[in-house]
Design a protein around this ligand. Sequence first.
Ligand code: ZN
Length: 484
Amino acid sequence: MASQALNNKLSNKLSKSSPFLLSLLPIVTIVFLLLSQQLSAANSLKNDLFPEILRDEAAARLYELGKVSDAHGYLERTFMSPASIRAGNLIRTWMEDAGLTTWVDGLGNVHGRIQPPDADNKALLIGSHLDTVVDAGMFDGALGIISAISALKVLNITGRLRHLRHPVEVIAFSDEEGVRFQSTFLGSAAIAGVLPFSTLQIPDKSGLTVQDVLKENLIDTTEENLSQLKYEPESVLGYVEVHIEQGPVLESIGLPLAVVKGIAGQTRLKLTVRGSQGHAGTVPMSMRQDPMVAAAELIVSLESLCKRPQDFISSNGQCNAFSVESLSGSLVCTVGEISTWPSASNVIPGQAISMGPDWFEAEVSFTIDIRAIDDMGREAILYELSNQMHTICDRRSVSCFMERKLKSAAYAALKRMAGEDIGDVPVLMSGAGHDAMAMSHLTKVGMLFVRCRGGISHSPEEHVLEDDIWAAGLAIQAFMEANL
Ligand SMILES: [Zn+2]
């Protein structure tokens, strides 16, 4: 490997990059360099790369944490559940082992902080979530917490920790998945100051509210003191999160890490098609107003639109060239749920509203989930989809309407980077939401993705190679050494 050229490139990048976000890119390059040296070099080099802490111990801790569950036989940790409390306590002991001072805040987030004597007051925050989905994998969330703690432990052992120019705080967020209260990012939103007061009164299935379950754990959080959890932007240097990719790209290109260029914005729609219900044997094909085939045509046209947006959207029309280009790389559209009435093999579908002795007003509805890194581009897709819907529905003499169920804006972490030379480091888009999204309301955000087997996540099949856990720890360690 041409390490001299790479080193020059790195120092160039470090000097011209803005100090925070862009510095993740050379850090990943440094890790690639370190790992490639490790593969070919003698054992002495291994000692500099701390495999016992960053790989072996980190992997052992991930497996230990993966056993802390509320369920027997599978992994489940929801907001403030008994297993979540046990997991938080375990994480606190590991934070203290790394030289951090720990506490639990008013929303159950676990914090570990080093305040070096000569540091200023702008802290680097590093975090991810300690809660899981039901029947989860053990790396989603946990990897980001454990790799940060391991990297800080290395800095503690090498004596760097007390000489950092900035405080560092690891935060294990209490809720990202939103399983118990159907409200995601409870922990990170509180710290970013974007959690509505009313959230405290949301009930779970058993009728207990967020406030009740905090109280059960001796945490007295009220509408009055909730706002005290918010961090002031002046007290924060930035936020970094390491997370498994939850997709197959890194595995397909054979690399352990990537920098995340942004988190996709999302629109969820419900599209309803109404026609005329009728007997499958008696209504001639030429006389049908069949909402099922109209829905099928709409779904296929949605697929074409999302596979080749550049064929449908012109850069001088609804959106600019940047949006069209970013759509081609990031747009994904999914129809995940379809419902029809009466759902019988011998009936042209409809719903149970009688319009006469044999005919009913008919209906088929389906959901559409549209995600893209560029909000303007996503709006252009919606506009085009709505045009296509009117054309198809008019031609088929059915009526169609679209309801917007959810809209969340994209977070483009590295938008400023357009035109930057990013060398050999892969840059990916995140289709899934992360705590970094909530934290972006507070401060600058950087994210690293780690390869996972088959791109599988939210499943016990989720797996990260021990060497990739090591790469993640090295990346965070190198990031802190270069920036703090
Ligand atoms: Zn996650």
